[in-house]
Design a binder for this molecule. Structure first.
Ligand code: WT7
Length: 654
């Protein structure tokens, strides 16, 4: 039977950059032969590989009885073992042969206004113990959910680690989300305490974090306490009996707090992400497996050494920040740099200034940021030495070869290997990536599955596709950092990830594999847009639009965008007696930004009399995507209910 091509793939990139022998010699995976040995052994017996890594790089109070218990789609890793994440990130760097790290910088922080702080491992340990005691004093118990809605300040890491110390489960909400989004997430997680700040700094302005929390909590009496860190000190109202200042609570707190001995499968955190039905999903991660994958991937992929100053520019509110600003980096005893603000405040040179000032050695950032820097111009980074850099990384979306080459040339000065790392909120840690010094890198490819990870590209029937043919990216074996479920919704977990192709995890991305075994990820294939490296559900933007009183129907699609990767385009029909008056498009954009937060703000709003639908009433997004991108409408339109709708939409363009 002729097999149908699932996804067209036309990009072909021939360049390859071989590992530099000087880099490879000193690397944690020292060269291609070492990498091949490691990958081969892991392929033969992944469980053994992960167990070895877990023994070597993670500290356990009680060893496991069994490495993996797999009842598809439910996994338990390191069954019966006991550990503690804050112990691994802190205490073990203060004792035995590592005790010298007590006075080593754990966190180097720079605020947007230019204020700076350094917390040594000793400092961080003390603050975490104190805040863990504060949480206990507020009646927080093992297993309770705590929402953190904070700026990018050391206290966010302190609060996270304090939760892990006592077995409380944190759920961080990115500071760019709106009151409604906060409310939905608090409700879903049934959180009883919120930690926030009065405000945060962004482009010289105050983000009103406490105000948004107040709005979110208006009809949410289940939250008993709000702890408020004083960052901007601009005077916020405090509600009697509910709100307490961080500094007042910390003043009297004891610096002694034993880390709880937690089961390997004890819930560590919930992080909300967009799914294809619009309702946010609470992705649940647990303790031992997640910690193992975050620690080991950070060590080999970023080649982390004690001398490094590592900077991941992601906000801690995204999974990248959880795994590779905080947990994976501190577990290795490395120095992590945090910058609170925008890359163009006070000007477009802030990042390069930071790199030179702190002599950053490893930089991990997103393709959307790289493309923005390209647009701002080479003259900015060229003014700086950037000599301290030795390794570069990217994450969040496919990186186009042009941006990859620019990153290599202008930032890495042709000296630094680049690791393009593919993974997801759900995978917990990096899944497909080069190992620097061990793998040759073609610009634009995330290359190979990390040792111990098994990935494939399949067609509609779940059969592996031939070399260089596009298909669906799947993970074929359980892995330690995998999500353990969607919080409170095991049915949806099975349906969203394990039903499309029986027996394997479906990532929602398209990909192809070339003749050398390199994966080329092509992006999302569901109704989720990747906007500036972050997943946004078309459904959520649509429901925000129709909540506006003038809007009858809305369809939202992504359009390829040079900088953001994807721009958000909305097709809107208005209620019978309403008109698309001037300024309404701006009003709708503002409305969506208010409902979802600034990351959801549409780039374009188009008004139309009708939306193209199938006979069964489904909106034909594929057609709208073509129209939004100004492409010829390709493919099958025979199910289109009303051809005149399409013609009218096209006419509107001229
Ligand atoms: C989606 C996951 C975990 C990182 C932050 C985003 C896309 C991520 C790459 C990459 C191509 C990538 C995928 C994935 N993505 N990294 N290196 N190359 N695409 O986490 O919000 O859970 O989004 O980001 O489409 O499915 P997320």
């Amino acid at each position: 039977m002729e097999h149908e091509i699932a996804i067209e793939s036309s990009l072909r990139e021939k360049r390859r950059f071989k590992p530099d022998p000087a880099f490879a010699r000193k690397a944690n995976v020292p060269g291609q032969a070492a990498y091949n040995r490691m990958a081969k052994a892991a392929e033969k017996n992944p469980e053994r590989f992960w167990a070895q890594q877990a023994r070597e790089h993670v500290s356990w109070f009680v060893p496991w009885k069994k490495v993996l218990d797999w009842k598809l789609p439910f996994a338990k890793w390191f069954v019966g073992a006991k550990t503690n994440v804050s112990f691994n990130c802190l205490d073990r760097h203060l004792e035995g042969e590592n005790a010298w790290r007590k006075n080593k910088a754990a966190i180097i922080w720079e605020g947007e206004p230019g204020d700076t702080r350094v917390l040594t491992y000793g400092d961080l340990h003390r603050e975490v113990c104190k805040f863990a005691n504060v949480l206990k004093s507020q009646n927080v118990k093992k297993g309770d959910r705590i929402v953190l809605y904070m700026p990018l300040i050391p206290e966010l890491a302190i609060a996270m680690l304090a939760c892990t110390r006592i077995g409380a489960v944190h759920s961080i909400i990115f500071g760019g989300f709106s009151a409604d989004s906060i409310r939905d997430r608090i409700k879903d997680a049934q959180a009883k305490l919120v930690v926030t700040a009065d405000g945060g700094w962004r482009r010289g302005r105050i983000i009103q974090l406490k105000k948004l929390v107040d709005e979110a909590l208006e009809d949410l009496p289940s939250v008993e306490r709000v702890i408020v860190y004083r960052r901007t000190d601009h005077g916020v109202p405090m509600r009697e009996g509910r709100d307490l200042w961080w500094d007042a609570l910390m003043e009297g707190a004891s610096t002694d707090c034993k880390p709880a001995k937690l089961d390997s499968e004890h819930p560590l955190f919930i992080l909300y992400t967009s799914g294809s039905t619009g309702r946010p999903k609470g992705i649940l991660h647990t303790t031992g497996g997640y910690l193992t994958q975050a620690t080991v991937t950070a060590r080999y992929i970023f080649d982390l050494k004690d001398e490094d100053t590592y900077w991941c520019t992601a906000d801690i509110g995204w999974i990248t920040g959880h795994s590779y600003v905080v947990y994976g980096i501190l577990a290795n005893g490395a120095t992590t740099l945090l910058y609170e603000g925008a890359p163009n405040h006070p000007d477009e040179e802030r990042f390069w200034q930071i790199i030179d000032r702190y002599k950053v050695t490893i930089l991990y950032t997103a393709p959307t940021a790289i493309r923005t820097f390209m647009k701002w111009g080479d003259h900015h980074p060229k003014k700086y030495s950037l000599r301290s850099l030795r390794l570069l990384g990217t994450v969040g979306e496919p990186i186009n070869p042009e941006a990859w080459m620019w990153y290599r040339r202008i930032i890495g000065r042709n000296r630094c290997p680049i690791v393009d790392t593919w993974w997801q909120t759900e995978t917990g840690g990096i899944m497909i990536t080069p190992i620097p010094g061990g793998v040759a890198t073609p610009p634009g490819s995330a290359t190979r599955p990390f040792p111990g990870i098994s990935a494939a590209v399949v067609d509609e029937q779940g059969e592996e596709v031939p070399t260089n043919e596009g298909g669906y990216l799947v993970i074929t074996k359980p892995w330690p950092g995998m999500l353990r479920g969607i919080y409170g919704d095991p049915k949806r977990y099975r349906k969203e990830y394990w039903s499309r192709f029986p027996g394997v995890y479906f990532a929602g991305d398209g990909a192809r594999r070339d003749k050398d075994g390199n994966f080329w990820v092509m992006g999302r294939i569901d109704d989720v847009m990747n906007v500036a490296g972050h997943r946004l559900s078309t459904m959520e933007v649509e429901s925000a639009l129709v909540s506006h009183k003038m809007v009858a129907e809305a369809a939202v699609v992504g359009r390829p965008d040079d900088i953001k990767g994807t721009a958000v385009v909305c097709f809107v029909t208005l209620e019978e007696d309403e008109q698309a008056v001037p300024g309404l498009d701006k009003e709708l954009k503002d409305h969506v930004a208010k409902e979802i937060g600034p990351i959801g703000r549409p780039d374009e709003v188009r008004f139309t009399d009708a939306l193209p639908k199938t006979r069964s009433g489904k909106i034909m997004r594929r057609l709208l995507r073509d129209i939004a991108a100004g492409r010829e409408t390709l493919g099958d339109t025979t199910t289109l209910e009303d051809y005149s709708v399409l013609a009218a939409l096209r006419e509107d363009e001229d």
